[in-house]
Design a protein around this ligand. Sequence first.
Ligand SMILES: Cc1cc2nc3c(=O)[nH]c(=O)nc-3n(C[C@H](O)[C@H](O)[C@H](O)COP(=O)(O)O)c2cc1C
Length: 232
Amino acid sequence: MKIIGIISSDNPQGNSATLTEEAVYGAQEAGADVELVYLAKQDIKFCTGCLKCMEKGYCILKDDFEDLRSKIREADGIVWGAPTFCASMNARMKNFFDRFGLFERMTSDAFGGKYNVGISTAASWGAAATTKSLVSFVSSSLFMRGYSSGTLGVHLNGKSIHELPEAAKKAKELGHKLVNDIKNQNKYPTQNWLSRKLNGLLMKPQFIKVIKLKKESDTKGVYQSLAQRSLI
Ligand SMILES: Cc1cc2nc3c(=O)[nH]c(=O)nc-3n(C[C@H](O)[C@H](O)[C@H](O)COP(=O)(O)O)c2cc1C
């Protein structure tokens, strides 16, 4: 079993990196092979919105993104760790999700079937909302659903994460739970139930129509990705 931790803080010894590492070490303790990726050390350009990914099945920008996409595709579980900036995930993480883009939304190529966990720290407010956004991309994967094993948002209230051993303990437990969920393939039938149903009834048929219409041109990459996995 492989778990990948994606950390978007620029501070490798900072609050969110430290807490995310705890969760990943928890997963390792529970028997998973783990890898930590610090986005600040990677070359990840901004998404330009060209939508070439839809046609080609990969992003045309030349940087480290496609390697990371492959790593995530191969992982069984993901731990996302981002600081809360302006009541949301920081821009580095948001851009990382942007890079998966509409292609991911229309294919569930890297996120489909995955289990994930979201972790954030904030000075005083907004961490819970950040963690919910972090897990929402995998959990709302349209063509092949993903699962949330839980979230942990910590408000520091003037302290550093190193002064909050309870938070570190919770992060570690979340790592254990992630591994346990994957081992047992826990399906969480009620998770996102309403939005999954609505997406399945309304959005998916629309997407399929659009994808098929231009399957030899604009949505060729999307069509091929889905067809390879018999999802269309
Ligand atoms: C640009 C910026 C925006 C921030 N916005 C918020 C916020 O909306 N709510 C909050 O409670 N803390 C906010 N903070 C504080 C950080 O969330 C907090 O210090 C966090 O632990 C930093 O994580 P790091 O140590 O991993 O860098 C902000 C900090 C910065 C630099």
